[in-house]
Design a protein around this ligand. Structure first.
Ligand SMILES: *Cc1c(COP(=O)(O)O)cnc(C)c1O
Length: 498
């Protein structure tokens, strides 16, 4: 667990720290007050806790081939063919590499319609590691969100949460509810170095309860490592405070536990009193402050498909097990093949191992510190699943209507075949009333790291490519949108160079 010492440079002084990355309790006040310049060295290296048994060959492309491919894709990385991509950082969802144990689990699939033994294995593992009483498998996270929303939300209800997530909010709305953001203000500030930017602002929640009454709030939805805030964690003390507050008012707490192991790792690394605890025990403690959860196996749990709904309340469980038959399948398979449930059961156990998490987030932090050392503007603190490059600072000569993040993602592809994603004005869409673009404060390019897929050499190639594009940033021109779809335009919009 201990990686030796790290020298962390902050402004003109440096800090010698016990472990390998930023945010150690002892340096925290100083780090919050100043900007981190760089992480200089760690005296001992870490390496992946696995070796490679099978490889997937990648197509190597020339600059001319890439220039042609990105032009044909309308400068939209979603429209590239994946075989033309060298390093794919579009998402960490469903893109993990499974272990030999998981692959052999596929061969043990018990493809019975009812009562598959793989369901009982998944059920036992989920109960052991997360501590919930009842589990219902679903095809992926959003299937569980649908069930939870339908059994918990009445028309006119309000569901507070620590920042919205696309599918979660939509299912709450479809069930007649309304999402209200109660995350702390720091989460919306890319300059803030708050160590737990995913925390819920209990004051904001209290005034919501005062305004609407507790009976209009069926539950608070808490996400572990907040995706839309850049993979920022929630602290254990905040979860305890939330539990105490909601218990007083008879409000339930439901977890979006998609990246719970990553959140647990950050608690272990950053929160006072937890540094000697295992990720697995922290995961279970997080769950203990909640009443149920929706889970997407496509992130933490190292599988390409799968999810579940977890509940402690017997009546709600019975209602949801009845509903799942309508949307997903019988409550002992929920839209999954037996083999998928087996792979997820094994993946859950692998996902909470300390060695695995050290390497998983270690790789993300490694890339982040390589970029920071090269003077690339990135969002801090670095989150659990990717690096967010600040395209406004990277390309200050471009107006937001010239789509700086879209341009930067296209340039990275052209330079080295790296596929990233725009999270800026294109993703934000248009205001339906005025017809004008929304102008989000953040104009970001997301480099999302799949689990166990790429090596440190790939991370070096990414850092060098971003640096290369940064060196010639002044010559980079903006884009013009030539095709704009009506819904979720970022997926299919097309552009040309100005
Ligand atoms: C991916 C994700 C979901 C939805 O899960 P799917 O498996 O994609 O349906 C929900 N919440 C968060 C935070 C996610 O990242």
């Amino acid at each position: 667990m201990n990686f030796g010492r790290a020298v962390i440079w902050v402004a003109d002084s440096f800090y010698l720290c016990r472990t390998h990355f930023y945010y150690l309790p002892e340096c925290l006040p100083e780090l919050q007050a100043k900007k981190i310049l760089m992480v200089k060295e760690h005296t001992r290296s870490w390496a992946e806790p696995f070796k490679i048994k099978m490889v997937e060959l990648l197509k190597m492309t020339t600059p001319a081939q890439r220039a042609k491919a990105i032009k044909e894709a309308g400068y939209n990385t979603f429209l590239l063919r994946s075989e033309d991509v060298y390093i794919d950082l579009l998402t960490d969802s469903g893109t993990s590499a499974m272990s030999d144990a998981q692959w052999s689990g596929l061969m043990r699939g018990d493809e019975a319609y009812a009562g598959s033994k793989n369901f009982y294995h998944l059920d036992a593992v989920a109960k052991k590691y997360y501590g919930f009483k009842y589990i219902i498998p679903t095809h992926q996270g959003r299937g569980a969100e649908n069930l939870l929303s339908q059994v918990m939300i009445k028309k006119g209800d309000v569901i507070p949460g620590n920042m919205y997530f696309t599918t979660t909010r939509l299912h709450q709305e479809l069930a007649g509810g309304r999402f209200v953001d109660v995350i702390i203000d720091e989460a919306h500030d890319p300059e803030s170095l708050h160590p737990f930017k995913g925390d819920i602002d209990i004051e904001k929640l209290a005034s919501l309860v005062k305004k609407h009454g507790a009976d209009k709030i069926p539950y608070v939805c808490v996400a572990t490592t907040v995706n839309m805030a850049g993979g920022q964690p929630v602290s254990m003390s905040n979860l305890m405070a939330l539990r105490a507050f909601t218990a007083k008012h008879g409000i339930k707490v439901m977890l979006d536990m998609t990246r719970i192991a990553e959140n647990a790792w950050f608690i272990q690394q950053r929160e006072k009193g937890y540094s000697r605890r295992s990720v697995a025990s922290l995961v279970k403690e997080i769950c203990s402050y909640t009443d149920g959860a929706t889970f997407s196996g496509k992130k933490d749990a190292l599988v390409n498909i799968g999810g579940f709904l977890a509940l402690n309340d017997k009546d709600k469980f019975e209602e949801a097990s009845n509903l799942v038959v309508v949307y997903e399948g019988l409550h002992t398979y929920g839209g999954l093949a037996g083999r998928d449930m087996e792979a997820m059961a094994i993946g859950i156990v692998e996902s909470v191992q300390d060695d695995h998490m050290d390497a998983r987030i270690g790789q993300v932090l490694y890339l982040g510190s390589e970029l920071a050392e090269r003077g690339i503007p990135i969002v801090r603190p670095i989150g659990g699943h990717g690096i967010f490059v600040d395209a406004k600072k990277f390309l200050p000569h471009l107006k937001q209507t010239e789509f700086p993040a879209q341009v930067l993602a296209a340039e990275l592809y052209e330079d080295a075949g790296i596929r990233a994603m725009e999270r800026g004005i294109v993703s934000a869409g248009r205001n339906a009333k005025t017809g004008d673009h929304y102008y989000p404060k953040l104009e970001l390019v997301r480099l999302t790291i799949p689990r166990r897929v790429y090596t440190q050499a790939h991370m070096d190639v990414i850092a060098e490519s971003v640096e290369r594009v940064h060196e010639r940033r002044e010559k980079i021109r903006g884009l013009e949108m030539v095709y704009e779809p009506r819904y979720l335009r970022f997926f299919q919009a097309r552009f040309k160079k100005k």
